[in-house]
Design a protein around this ligand. Sequence first.
Ligand code: ATP
Length: 353
Amino acid sequence: MSSVQIRDVRKSFGNFEVLHGVSIPIEDGQFVVLVGPSGCGKSTLLRMLAGLENITSGTISIGDRVVNNVQPKERDIAMVFQNYALYPHMTVAENMGFSLKLRNAGSDEISKRVKRAAEILALTPLLDRYPRQLSGGQRQRVAMGRAIVRDPQVFLFDEPLSNLDAKLRVAMRTEIKELHQRLKTTTVYVTHDQIEAMTMADKIVVMHDGIVEQMGTPLELYDKPENQFVAGFIGSPAMNFLKGHIRVNGVATFEGPNGVKLPLKSAPAASDGKPVVYGVRPEHFTIADDGADAEIVVVEPTGSETQVFAKVGGEQVVAVFRERHQFNPGDKVKLKPDPDVIHLFDEATGKRL
Ligand code: ATP
């Protein structure tokens, strides 16, 4: 196992810079998830870690070794891709042992390692099958098995679950997490799915347009997003944003679209009149007599909770209630954000206030 240090890494393809100085410290044994919208540069960064792309500037170290000029096969990492093509003419055991065979490992050593990986991944009864005789989830486990047998210092995963159906994705997510708890191998995992990031990561790195917007534990990012981008990206359904101004007149309030007034616990010094974006997570609305006027648009009960779309000051917001309400479209209700947990962002810079 090893720590990984990414220091001020830049990447250009021709004249086009896609990573603009990215620094990410990764501790030994940490499970780090790189997340961000399509094109933000997360796969490129992972490929640079793997040695499949060169580094335009900056350094990447694995353990205490700078690996910028180290060949992929010398880096002691194993990568699991989205397209985990297994060799169709090889059994599960042969697929799993193949990389060791290429490295001239002895057949006893190969069979010992394959057996151990198969036990960890519950693949033992399937070792003699061919890929075509496996389900999608089993194939994905074989792909992970190929990585595990190598006992690398670092695992790299590039959207390994995106070809699986929703139910299997959730199950595999848990398996990968369990696997990590067991092996404690330093892991860098790329996804554009923020739920995957939230549920799996020790540390999430939110990327956007070739920079790191924020990194932290899932709950740090959820509770204290440093800017509006992270606030909108982490959380599902997404945080509601309303544009308006701070009003300080004895007490501080937020004055939103069409004069709607929403509570503030406090306001930054001398902020009367400041243009801001008011952020409320859907679960932080309650129904209260002193709430803002709202009109229900759509009600979506899921059994465990109810998702309600409503208009506040003419803007659509989404609220999630754990308790059951008998709402109908067109109903007038009073919605109140919990002032203790609202988020304020500078309208011009998007930074958290
Ligand atoms: P996705 O979630 O869609 O895979 P991503 O965040 O992984 O996106 P990258 O694949 O890293 O994004 O791509 C980052 C940027 O670099 C994109 O603008 C992409 O078009 C560009 N890019 C990637 N590979 C190359 C290449 N070989 N040549 C030129 N541009 C590239």
